[in-house]
Ligand binder design. Structure first.
Ligand SMILES: Nc1ncnc2c1ncn2[C@@H]1O[C@H](COP(=O)(O)OP(=O)(O)OP(=O)(O)O)[C@@H](O)[C@H]1O
Ligand SMILES: [Mg+2]
Length: 367
């Protein structure tokens, strides 16, 4: 391996790992396993593994399968005890070691770790189905709502002026619901980005001007641009929506006297995103929207990118969920760092491909 010492790797592995021989006897364990077993490597070497790891499941068959097929195997949700302490729910990974016939690697992942992973996946799929249901509801509610508004308007024609306030309330609140529903629908309708070369500074300028005319009128919006920033690869309209969402949120949390928002761009060539499928993407263009407001309320800080999470009285909680979706459709990354007085939303985007690639792409498209 490129310059990495196998021993260092073995001792850095943060998961208890054991190597056993053809007779299921322990040959080696890593320091994390020493901690897990509360025993030293020397004291366990040569001992049958299942004397040390008390597992509440018959594993003979699994071990035989791994040895025979020479493919790794997962055993989920087993209780693993070590003699001294209470058993812990774990996932076992059993894998043959390349080139060493009988030897097998056993990784013991306590559920705490494994559980966290599945939990976040559950949250994501729950969010997805919540959006699906909300979209369906949005569609269904709009029609009767139009009827209610129409009826209220008809009634208002024959009402004495002092009662008009009530029908006005019906009409106004219905409008508010329709607006909310439209936001929900927009979420589902978002088309994939139409990606081209985009000058991020143009996008930021458009956002800044439009915000200053509306919800950001009480704010100071400052620019701190790196003028040499290369072109990004994205959908200018969708990126505009992202920046507007961030400016809008910052404007909404600032107190009535106003506050300041800084739009900051810079280049960081070392920023790469790794994906679970092993591929990587360079995301060197950095755009930060920084505000000096009160900061994100701690109780929602971990979930602000989830739909329907809002810290505002009249918030729908869709702004950041939409923002995160757009950025992820751009293969980009969004993160946030917030303390009272300084909240930074950072977006990292890929660069536009080099002209040669563009030409190739255009040729392919028959242009
Ligand atoms: N710059 C910020 N400073 C402090 N809190 C923030 C900031 N940006 C977002 N938040 C918090 O995150 C919550 C979620 O934001 P999001 O944009 O997703 O929803 P929303 O603004 O409440 O509603 P919507 O955008 O749908 O109208 C906000 O309600 C707010 O509490
Ligand atoms: Mg918002």
């Amino acid at each position: 391996m490129s310059g990495i010492d196998d021993t260092a790797l073995w001792s850095s592995l943060p998961i208890p790992a054991l190597v056993i021989d053809g007779a299921d006897q322990i040959l080696d364990i890593n320091p994390t396993a020493e901690l897990f077993l509360n025993a030293s490597l020397r004291s366990v070497t040569g001992q049958p593994i299942w004397d040390r790891l008390h597992v509440d499941a018959p594993l003979e068959e699994a071990m035989m399968r791994v040895r025979k097929t020479r493919t790794p195997l997962f055993v989920n949700d087993v209780d693993v005890g070590t003699g001294e302490r209470a058993p812990v729910r774990c996932t076992l990974q059993i894998a043959p070691i390349h080139g060493q016939d009988e030897r097998i690697l056993v990784l013991v992942t306590p559920r705490e770790l494994a559980g966290r992973i599945t939990q976040s996946q559950t949250v994501k799929s729950a969010a997805k189905s919540a959006i699906g249901m909300a979209e369906m509801l949005a569609h269904e509610i709009k029609n009767p709502l139009a009827g209610i508004t129409g009826a209220a308007q008809l009634i208002s024609m024959n009402l004495p002026p002092e009662d008009l306030e009530l029908t006005d309330l019906i009409v106004e609140e219905s409008r508010r619901i329709v607006k909310l529903l439209e936001q929900v629908e927009q979420f589902g309708n978002l088309s994939p980005p139409d990606r081209r070369e985009v000058n991020i500074h143009d996008v930021l300028d458009r956002a800044r001007r439009s915000a200053l005319l509306g919800y950001g009128a009480h704010m100071k919006i400052l620019e701190n641009y790196d003028p040499s920033l290369p072109m990004a690869w994205g959908d200018a309209d969708q990126l505009l929506q992202v920046v507007l969402n961030l400016i809008k949120n910052a404007s909404e949390v600032a107190d009535a006297k106003g506050g300041s928002i800084t739009l900051h761009t810079y280049y960081d060539h070392s920023f790469r995103m790794r994906r679970s499928d092993g591929s990587g993407q360079s995301l060197p263009l950095q755009v930060e929207v920084v505000d000096d407001g009160p900061g994100i309320p701690p109780h929602i800080a971990d979930d602000i990118f989830e739909p329907f999470v809002s810290g505002r009285e009249n918030g729908t909680g869709l702004g950041l969920a939409l923002t995160a979706k757009i950025i992820s459709d751009h293969d980009g990354w969004i993160g946030v760092n917030s303390v009272p007085g300084r909240t930074v939303f950072r977006i990292s985007l890929p660069m536009a491909p080099k002209p040669a690639k563009l030409i190739k792409r255009d040729r392919k498209a028959g242009l």
